[in-house]
Design a binder for this molecule. Structure first.
Ligand code: OFO
Length: 171
């Protein structure tokens, strides 16, 4: 049976993962309607990844004899000023999620729930990878500044990343 404190903390994380998915969906829509089809493809994929994260937590809670919770969720921001604005906000958001996963891990250690701690290792690695990826993209965006041709290439590169990415595993 899953420790109740851990279950409650995971249910809060489920809400955050769902919010991440909806935030990236909102960003993808902005990109698609503002001439960045590659960034849109990249972010549509990221939307699905976040949903997969959410589902991983949902299935984990239920499989451990607990009950996952679907919560009310706030509306994400839906107007952005540029790709730079979007990727800056993604990085800030991912840093917040990393902190949240680390806090969750801290709760599992306090509660001596080592199985959940072990389960969280996947997310800890995932967060490091996501932060690195977003930092790399943001560096490139900063480098081209307002240059339209540079932006076009970044958009193409993001499209390539979306196409080359492995299929999202079913949870
Ligand atoms: Fe972006 O990793 Fe989940 O939230």
């Amino acid at each position: 049976m899953l420790n109740l404190k851990v279950q409650d903390a995971i249910n809060v994380q489920i809400k955050k993962e769902e919010f991440s998915s909806r935030l990236y969906l909102s960003m993808a829509i902005w990109c698609e309607t503002n001439g960045y089809p590659g960034a849109a493809a990249f972010l549509y994929r990221h939307t699905e990844e976040e949903r997969m994260h959410m589902m991983k937590f949902v299935r984990y809670v239920n499989n451990r004899g607990g009950k996952a919770l679907v919560s009310d969720i706030e509306k994400p921001e839906n107007d952005f000023s540029s790709l730079n604005d979007i990727f800056t906000k993604i990085l800030v958001h991912e840093e917040y999620i990393t902190e949240s996963i680390n806090n969750l891990y801290g709760i599992t250690m306090d509660e001596k729930d080592f199985s959940t701690g072990n389960f969280l290792q996947w997310f800890i690695t995932e967060q490091m990878e996501e932060e690195n990826l977003m930092r790399t993209i943001l560096d490139k965006i900063s480098l081209v500044g307002m240059d339209k041709a540079g932006m076009f290439h970044i958009d193409k590169e993001l499209e390539g990343m979306a196409t080359a990415a492995k299929p999202i595993p079913a949870v």
